[in-house]
Ligand binder design. Structure first.
Ligand SMILES: NC(=O)c1ccc[n+]([C@@H]2O[C@H](COP(=O)([O-])OP(=O)(O)OC[C@H]3O[C@@H](n4cnc5c(N)ncnc54)[C@H](O)[C@@H]3O)[C@@H](O)[C@H]2O)c1
Length: 388
């Protein structure tokens, strides 16, 4: 049989491959069920199968709009229980999450805080804790610490995740996705990036590298100063919107761009979101505004709104995370995800074996795990010379 993309990805997730080999001996998850709510795509298949190799029974569902059918098939073929199918419908997605929690997992691997929030709606005995992948999830779970009272390690708050995935990889994959979706030029275009955190810094740098003129908007003056000193324009918000040919949101916040901004948007502007939730651009309210006279939906998840005054506004993937949507979505680079998922595997192992306790509720990855993963990655790149 011809090897698939999933095989290609598995082959290049070198950290996960070595953890898998170790887990087959140590079986850290023997007898445990891990409930997961993370994008189901080729790289997460490699992570989930690593956990399975550690003895776990897996019950998995995806996130909104990011489930890839080939990934589901590959997981099912390996005996993973996969719940649900690709959906953009929040209620349907909510039902899938409920079904994961109904299996009473011993550990939770969450992405966006969805599963831990569902657990708090219907708590049960035996949950040991788990991991949360994202900034958005950390923001959601932090206020719930008093109710959660479990070890929950936030992968996003590892410095490795910050620079390897959020900064370098999200920047590259957002540029790759922009080109893949639109097939439009970046050179000389005015690109406005909302959010200058780790992801926004990478997005801004990647578009600058593709010869765009990049402007940054951030609500935090310190982030704005950083963008300014990095050489980006940081004009007032209204000016940044009005001058943009392309607007990309990547903040983790809601309603970053709303129908109230419609009067400012230039004819032909392209809107895209790389933040976790499809709530950064209020596409529903924008499309439903009285200023919109018509709506054209193209194949490949592109949409054009025709305004009563003749302006056209293009929206990529209805504001869903565009580097994991549309035709042939590849997401972030394999190596960046291998690093992040190696952190996931080691953190779940630490929760399973009790080496972190409830005092570590919604906290960053322990430094010893970061150091071990960094060493392991670099050892592969710089093996000791023969005879050393
Ligand atoms: N697409 C992907 O592959 C991918 C990967 C990792 C993270 N993410 C998501 O990207 C988002 C950003 O992550 P991050 O790690 O950069 O977060 P971060 O917290 O480091 O940075 C977010 C920045 O946005 C700014 N901000 C908040 N609200 C704003 C608003 N209304 N207008 C302008 N700026 C605003 C904040 O001040 C901050 O500087 C999150 O939703 C995260 O989950 C996406």
């Amino acid at each position: 049989m011809t090897p698939t993309r999933i095989d290609w990805v598995a082959e290049h997730c070198r950290l996960l491959r070595s953890i898998s080999a170790e887990f087959m001996d140590t079986l850290p998850f023997q007898g445990l069920t891990i409930g997961t709510g993370i994008h189901l795509e080729a790289k997460t298949v490699a992570l989930l199968l690593t956990l399975r190799d550690g003895g776990a029974r897996l019950v998995s569902t995806g996130n909104l709009n990011t489930t890839q059918p080939e990934a589901v098939e590959a997981l099912k073929a390996q005996g993973v229980t996969v719940i649900g199918s690709p959906t953009k419908d929040r209620e349907e997605h909510g039902r899938y999450l409920d079904q994961v929690i109904a299996e009473r997992p011993d550990l939770i691997l969450d992405n966006g805080g969805d599963l831990f929030a569902k657990y708090l709606d219907a708590p049960y005995d035996g949950l040991r804790g788990g991991t949360e992948e994202t900034t958005s999830g950390r923001m959601r779970l932090e206020p719930l610490r008093d109710r959660l009272k479990l070890p929950i390690l936030v992968i996003n708050d590892s410095p490795i995740k910050q620079f390897a995935e959020n900064e370098h990889a999200v920047g590259q994959s957002s540029l790759e996705s922009y080109l893949r979706f639109t097939n439009r030029v970046t050179n000389g275009e005015q690109v406005t990036v909302f959010g200058y955190g780790a992801c926004g810094r990478g997005v801004a740098a990647s578009f600058r590298g593709a010869c765009a003129r990049v402007t940054v908007v951030d609500t935090d003056p310190v982030a704005r100063l950083r963008a300014h000193l990095d050489g980006f324009a940081v004009p007032p918000r209204g000016e940044a919107i009005a001058s943009a040919d392309v607007i990309i949101t990547v903040t983790g916040a809601r309603d970053v761009l709303t129908a109230a901004d419609l009067p400012l948007l230039r004819d032909g502007v392209i809107l895209a979101n790389a933040g976790h939730f499809p709530a950064e651009i209020d596409v529903e309210a924008i499309a439903g505004s009285a200023e919109v006279a018509g709506l054209r939906e193209y194949a490949d998840d592109l949409m054009t709104l025709e305004l009563t005054d003749g302006r056209r506004i293009h929206v990529i993937s209805r504001g869903h995370m565009f580097n994991l949507a549309g035709p042939r979505p590849l997401g972030n680079s394999i190596e960046s995800m291998d690093l992040g998922f190696a952190l996931q595997a080691r953190c779940l192992e630490a929760v399973a074996n009790g080496s972190v306790d409830a005092s570590s509720c919604v906290v960053p990855v322990p430094g010893r795990i970061d150091a071990a993963i960094a060493t392991s990655y670099l050892d592969r790149k710089y093996p000791a010379p023969p005879g050393a």
